[in-house]
Design a protein around this ligand. Structure first.
Ligand code: PLP
Length: 376
């Protein structure tokens, strides 16, 4: 089996599994309990918070555990205007955001919050001139993804923050880092951002746990009220087994981040070289500035959905696009937004690698793709 759909989710790594089992067996206490079982769980929770704060370059008190990136994103977008009522009721975002952002923005329209979209350059990156014009209509909230889940396009967050400082210094920045945490270097302080959202299951941690970074100088109104866990930012007994699993996966990802990035770059190049050696005709849809973990590619005259099913029969798993979007057949809105032609969009697939993908995997996948493509 060759799994190349890591942008939708990843398997749970051994280190995370071990911590999950350990938590189920030995740390089952409620971290809010006063007795020793509570204390044991509380101490472990503190260690997990430390791991996440190290990975994000922030303080432990700036880390809030949630159930997923979607919850973190919802918390920021819905909570921001309640805590900062004097901000213009505007969210500045882009049309290539994940639905967790776009649908929350749609919902917020009812509450009188307008969404403004920054357009893209022809190579799929945020258009800076337009961003500057729109920043002048704020202060409010800027919410952008770090890495696009369909194409891997990278947004230069430091640059966004410096434009914010110049043209709209009172605005706040929220980053959707679901596809970059544990894959690209992130330092919330150096990036100059106020909020960040991500999920554990994209970096070989378990599902059911996410993170929300809230800068100590920023605030947020919680989505969930109750027992006051997570410094009252997110009530509900913490999902300790999954949080411990998340932090174990994060530790592995963070300690070898640069090494993995280099290796995954090589894996992507090996895959493309193997396609060329096999005389497979393709066009790369991912922009030049993109994460090597995500490759969006069109195979000439090949229907993407059919290709996905042919490969599945050979136990190779790729995707026609985001598994968690409600994208209609052949209508990948990100590629449409980039202005690609219909044929090219209909033949586009997303191949996404992980730190565990091997050269042998991608060489074999390329050979099987060659045979599949010959059938069209
Ligand atoms: N943002 C991006 C860029 C994503 O790729 C995803 C999931 O694919 C999400 C947000 C939502 O993550 P989750 O489903 O874990 O909440």
């Amino acid at each position: 089996m060759i799994y190349l759909d890591n942008a939708s989710t990843t398997f749970v790594c051994d280190e995370a599994k071990e911590q999950i089992l350990n938590a189920l067996q030995n740390y089952f206490g409620n971290p809010s309990s006063l007795h020793s079982f509570g204390l044991k769980a509380r101490n472990e929770l503190k260690k997990s918070r430390k791991d996440l704060s190290k990975a994000l370059g922030c303080e432990e008190r700036e880390i809030i555990f949630t159930s997923c990136a979607t919850e973190s994103i919802n918390t920021v977008l819905k909570g921001f205007f309640q805590i900062y009522p004097r901000a213009n009721k505007r969210i500045l975002t882009s049309k290539i955001e994940h639905n967790a952002t776009l649908k929350t923005c749609n919902y917020l329209k009812e509450a009188g919050i307008e969404t403004d979209f920054v357009g893209l350059t022809p190579d799929g990156l945020i258009c800076e001139d337009e961003l500057i014009q729109k920043l002048k209509l704020l202060p409010g909230l800027i919410s952008l993804m770090h890495v696009n889940n369909e194409t891997g396009a990278i947004t230069d967050i430091k640059r966004i923050a410096s434009l914010r400082d110049e043209f709209s210094p009172e605005s706040f920045i929220h980053i959707d880092a679901a596809q970059s945490l544990g894959k690209l270097p992130i330092n919330t302080k150096e990036m100059g951002i106020n909020y960040l959202s991500a999920s554990s299951h994209k970096l070989h941690g378990p599902k059911g746990v996410g993170v929300l970074f809230v800068n100590k100088n920023a605030k947020i109104i919680p989505l969930l009220h109750g027992g006051g866990q997570e410094d009252s930012y997110r009530s509900g007994t913490e999902n300790t087994p999954c949080i411990f699993g998340f932090s174990a996966a994060m530790r592995v990802a963070h300690t070898s981040l640069e090494e993995n990035l280099k290796r995954v770059n090589e894996i992507r190049d090996t895959f493309l070289d193997s396609l060329i050696k096999n005389a497979v005709k393709f066009q790369i849809n991912s922009p030049e500035l993109s994460s090597p973990y995500i490759l969006n590619i069109s195979f000439f005259k090949v229907k993407a959905e059919v290709l996905v099913h042919i490969l599945e029969r050979e136990e190779i798993y790729i995707s026609t696009g985001s598994a968690c979007s409600d994208k209609k057949k052949g209508n990948n809105r990100i590629l449409v937004e980039m202005g690609l032609k219909k044929d090219r969009i209909e033949s586009s697939v997303r191949i996404s690698f992980s730190r565990y993908t091997t050269k042998e995997d991608v060489i074999k996948a390329a050979a099987i793709i060659k045979n599949a493509v010959l059938k069209f």
